[in-house]
Design a protein around this ligand. Structure first.
Ligand code: VGL
Ligand code: ZN
Length: 216
């Protein structure tokens, strides 16, 4: 697959210490993707990044719901919500972009999930699927038409971002070896990672390995 230097952009989703294996919401092998992403950042001319950026009493935290445990699901006004351990606290060191990421080509950073009662997985919209982050306008004004996604977590913020990207008319490619997932159990012994890959593929999102990108 060929990268078009003018119209393709690499999207780094939530590459933050809070999601690393020793972080507050650990993603298994989340640290393995950092060098893979740094190699990708040399291949793309343009990149953007997102940061999960929550107030300390965010409604997605199990700790603010009496009697609830992390990874249980509850109903919110906008639909089902998985409850998480406290993570991505705005301004904390664990919510920074991972310090080993080379940010030279990261041209814009979008923060999401800062409204107390509304979670936000996607880089484009909060979880009500209508409150915009502003990323769509930025990408369009800059002339980008296709986004290559990497980061954490494959089955939540990466999946929701890629899904919104195709829904609003961008091309979307997930670079699987530059992502890791949380992998909650879902139906028939499958995980939320299997489920996301299947759902997104049906919507036109492509899944590739970084080795499938043409050499420079
Ligand atoms: C994420 C759960 C909660 C993610 C963020 O980055 O995928 N997952 N907040
Ligand atoms: Zn979050």
């Amino acid at each position: 697959m060929r990268i078009d230097a003018r119209t393709d952009i690499l999207g780094l989703i939530d590459v933050q210490p809070t999601f690393m294996p020793v972080g507050e919401l650990p993603v298994a092998d989340g640290d393995v993707i950092v060098p893979v992403i740094n190699r990708l950042l040399k291949r793309f001319q343009h990149a953007f990044a997102t940061q999960d950026w929550h107030p300390a009493d965010h409604a997605s935290f199990a700790s603010v719901h009496a009697g609830r445990q992390p990874y249980e699901t509850i109903e919110m006004t906008y639909g089902a919500q998985v409850l998480w351990p406290d993570h991505g606290i705005a301004g904390s060191p664990a919510a920074a972009i991972h310090p080993d990421i080379d940010q030279t080509r990261v041209e814009v950073i979008i923060r999401k999930g800062f409204r107390r009662t509304l979670d936000s997985y996607s880089a484009f919209f909060e979880n009500d699927r209508t409150t915009p982050t502003g990323l769509e306008g930025w990408l369009r004004q800059r002339g980008f038409t296709r986004i290559f996604f990497c980061g954490l977590a494959t089955d939540f913020c990466v999946a929701w971002s890629a899904e919104d990207a195709v829904r609003i008319g961008f091309g979307a490619v997930v670079i699987e070896d530059a992502c890791r997932g949380i992998g909650l159990p879902s139906r028939d012994g499958r995980t939320t990672i299997d489920e996301a890959r299947e759902r997104l593929t049906a919507q036109g999102v492509r899944f590739i390995e970084s080795a499938e990108l043409n050499p420079i």
